[in-house]
Design a protein around this ligand. Structure first.
Ligand SMILES: [Zn+2]
Length: 436
């Protein structure tokens, strides 16, 4: 009787200990992650499998590829002892696959002595959509007469749903906007500083990453830009530089501040323009031509190359990317067309400035203002007074620096003041996206 009792207690203790051991020991299979773990893939999409089991270490993995009822083993790997984690590249490029759904079934096992030494094992399945066909782009608009520094618009359709599309010229990308008809419009510029050898193309990228390319028929004119000399004197420097001094504390003289403004602040201001460009509506919100500020004289044109001369020597050079209009001091500034105010604040060289969005990435900029009479979100009408001219920012005297921006890139405003140009090159191409 005593022996039976001892045996029973012993068995109980043993069972308890065994159970406790496993209770506190690892009972989970290796953590399995696949990247991407859903969505679309192309022939080239890298697929990475990550396995992790720090508690019991990895033992083994198999990967099965399943499509249309056919199963192929594409990975079968034993891990050496003490492998806590592993990363495997899943290569599908040598497999015969069709476009469409496929499944990757991953079975992994660890070295836990659970399951009488077989370890913890788990099988996870991931579904991916194989898509290897690039989007097909049809260009709907025909002749595109472009000028370096000018604007153009292209209408196109795409044969499938895409992640993004637009016009690429060298490093510049102008996003297209889908219209109610399903077709796209992309307003773009042949940028003033792009290599004239660059070829504008429509590109579209689908979710899988396949890229389609559409060629545009175009002619490119290279205008002659004026070379101008601007004399910088101490009076200008001592007058205008203190407002920028705090941004360049290491600059010791007003001249050094000026050079920092030109070389650092200008590029920053242009980067800011591309951020503002994203705040645009998907269609034009105007129909009449763009106004020119009445009674104002052109003091500087778009694309003017400026050499800055200080004490007889050239100290810097810049390109003027708007038109300077001067009349009387504190002259009224009208909105040049219907739009939505997307910016009203002080911004670097522009001083107090307003940006109005006219849709499809087209925006107008009014800089060096003394007063501003609108707020962000205001809907303004062509001719509505939005502020008064001034000399805030980097301005030698009271004037309006008027800029037209396309997708964040300054363009020549002269084209947009020309009714015939706007009709022939822009508005006549708009209805192409709604016909068919
Ligand atoms: Zn200017």
């Amino acid at each position: 009787m005593k022996t039976i009792k001892s045996f029973f207690i012993l068995t109980l203790l043993f069972a308890l200990g065994y159970g406790t051991y496993f209770y506190f020991h690892d009972t989970a299979a290796p953590a399995t992650q696949l990247s991407p773990n859903s969505g679309s893939i192309t022939k080239k999409t890298p697929i990475t499998l990550t396995l992790n089991d720090e508690a019991s270490m990895l033992a083994h993995v198999t990967v099965l590829l399943i499509q249309d009822g056919k199963t192929v083993e594409i990975l079968n790997k034993e891990y050496p002892e003490n492998t806590p984690a592993a990363r495997e590249q899943i290569d599908l490029s040598k497999q015969f696959l069709k476009d469409g759904l496929l499944t990757l079934q991953i079975t992994s096992r660890d070295r836990s002595i659970y399951h009488f030494g077989d370890g913890n094992s788990a099988t996870t399945s991931f579904q991916l959509l194989r898509d290897t066909r690039p989007p097909v782009i049809s260009i709907l608009s025909r002749a595109h007469n472009l000028t370096v520094g000018g604007s153009g618009i292209v209408a196109y359709s795409i044969g499938e749903v895409v992640e993004n599309s637009g016009v690429q010229i060298g490093d510049y990308f102008f996003p297209g906007h889908q219209q109610l008809s399903g077709d796209y419009l992309c307003l773009f510029s042949f940028p003033y500083n792009a290599d004239p050898e660059e070829i504008p193309r429509v590109i579209a990228t689908d979710e899988a990453g396949n890229q389609g390319i559409g060629g545009i028929y175009y002619r490119l004119r290279q205008p002659k830009f004026i070379v101008d000399q601007i004399k910088i004197d101490d009076r200008f420097l001592t007058n205008k530089m203190p407002q920028f001094q705090d941004q360049f504390p290491q600059a010791e003289t007003p001249l050094e501040v000026f050079l920092s403004v030109n070389r650092t602040l200008r590029p920053q201001n242009r980067a800011w323009l591309s951020d503002v460009a994203a705040m645009t509506s998907d269609s034009f919100v105007w129909s009449k031509s763009f106004l020119r500020q009445p009674g104002a004289a052109n003091r500087a044109n778009f694309g003017d190359h400026r050499d800055y001369i200080y004490q007889g020597k050239k100290i810097d050079q810049q390109t003027h990317l708007g038109i300077d209009l001067a009349s009387i001091a504190r002259a009224e500034v009208p909105a040049t067309n219907n739009g939505t105010v997307v910016y009203t604040d002080f911004m670097g060289i522009y001083g107090q400035c307003i940006i109005i969005d006219h849709g499809l990435g087209l925006q107008t900029l009014y800089a060096h203002l003394s007063t501003m009479a609108v707020e962000v979100g205001d809907i303004v009408e062509r001719g509505q007074i939005i502020g008064r001219t001034g000399a805030t920012g980097l301005a030698g005297g009271d004037h309006l620096h008027y800029g037209v921006i396309v997708g964040g890139v300054p363009v020549n405003p002269i084209e947009w003041w020309d009714k015939n140009w706007v009709r022939n090159n822009i508005t006549s191409k708009l209805q192409l996206s709604s016909e068919q």
